[in-house]
Design a protein around this ligand. Structure first.
Ligand code: ES4
Ligand code: ZN
Length: 327
């Protein structure tokens, strides 16, 4: 209807989307064929015409990492980036900050420069052919060691033209922000901006968010909606204008609650919350579908839907990243 057209027409920025989470079964099949390799079992079992099928975080991760096997050459990484950016462009997304997990590739023998040259070429092609702008945020896998993260940070130093910040993802349980304090301190010294996943309803969510703000000094938090449990933390995040990148469809898959009420409450309290897709090929929702979910299932107004996008551009790293320092 009319509201749907309104949402589709909004100029959008997306700040929380994992490149490896944009690998559709269709693209995985094409890449497997091109690389003359069998389709990984996990892809074969879990894929349908509509996308991947799974029901919680564990069953998600059990397909997510094995499916990446099909990504072998720089061209594969470029095609993955271009595939997602084509879809984002069709949804009137103007600017994207894309997460990627280099350790998921280097740990299976794909060289770091292959990943980066591929993604960089994909981003340049999308800018040239579609006019959509994108940058990379390199995530460390938090269930791997701080030493491996530091070595990965060193690998990234020659790629500051395209990597604007660092983040932290994968399994949060038992892997608090503090584990990576030294790595993030060095990343800041190197000029990278900082963000971190603080996932929905984890053990010690609020404690982890406090560590991210106080001990790490993050510029943004990915998810982070559990701050609603602590009024002081809400006020601190509001005052510091720290953006929260929320992902309603992803929330509904991994926790069975999309957190629409909490997201809207935070928006109304003046926190810079944004709406994003997380792993769209797996959760079956790009950014518009995430906004539709909030629109259909809460009492959000059109003005507030505009505010989500104002927030996204405001807490994006478009203006704070001084690309000219590195070129
Ligand atoms: C992720 Cl949903 C989710 N959780 C943790 N790590 C991730 N990486 C990509 N998607
Ligand atoms: Zn995420």
């Amino acid at each position: 209807d009319d509201l749907e057209a309104f949402i589709k027409g909004l100029p959008k920025a997306e700040l929380h989307v994992h490149l490896e989470g944009c690998l559709t079964p269709q693209l995985a099949k094409r890449l497997a064929k091109r690389n003359d390799m069998p389709l990984p079992d996990s892809v074969k079992k879990a894929s349908t015409a509509e996308g991947f099928a799974f029901h919680d975080l564990t069953s998600f991760l059990a397909i997510y990492y094995p499916a990446m096997e099909v990504l072998q050459t720089a061209e594969d990484f470029a095609d993955l980036a271009m595939d997602y950016l084509t879809k984002a462009h069709q949804q009137n997304v103007r600017y994207v900050e894309l997460f990627f997990d280099p350790q998921a590739h280097t740990s299976r023998g794909v060289p770091f420069p292959t990943v980066l040259n591929g993604y960089r070429n994909g981003l340049l092609k999308a800018q040239r052919e579609l006019g959509i702008s994108a940058s990379l945020i390199m995530c460390f896998l938090r269930d791997m060691s701080a030493e491996f993260a530091m070595a990965t940070l060193m690998d990234a130093l020659p790629y500051k033209d395209v990597i604007i910040g660092v983040g932290l993802d994968s399994d949060e349980r038992g892997n608090p922000p503090r584990k990576f304090a030294k790595v993030f301190g060095r990343a800041r010294q190197e000029g990278f901006l900082l963000t971190m996943h603080c996932d929905i309803d984890q053990q010690d969510s609020v404690k982890h968010i406090r560590q991210a703000v106080h001990d790490i000094g993050v510029d943004r938090i990915d998810h982070g909606t559990n701050i609603v449990e602590d009024a002081e933390l809400v006020e601190l995040v509001r005052q510091k204008a720290i953006g929260l990148t929320c992902c309603p469809v992803s929330n509904s898959v991994v926790t069975s609650d999309f957190k629409g009420k909490e997201i809207l409450q935070l928006l109304r309290q003046g926190v810079r919350v944004t709406l994003n897709s997380d792993d769209p090929a797996y959760f079956r929702g790009y950014v518009n579908e995430n906004i539709f979910k909030v629109a259909w299932e809460t009492d959000v107004t059109r003005k507030e839907l505009v505010q989500f996008q104002r927030n996204a551009f405001a807490v994006s790293w478009l203006s704070s990243w001084r690309r000219d320092r590195y070129l």
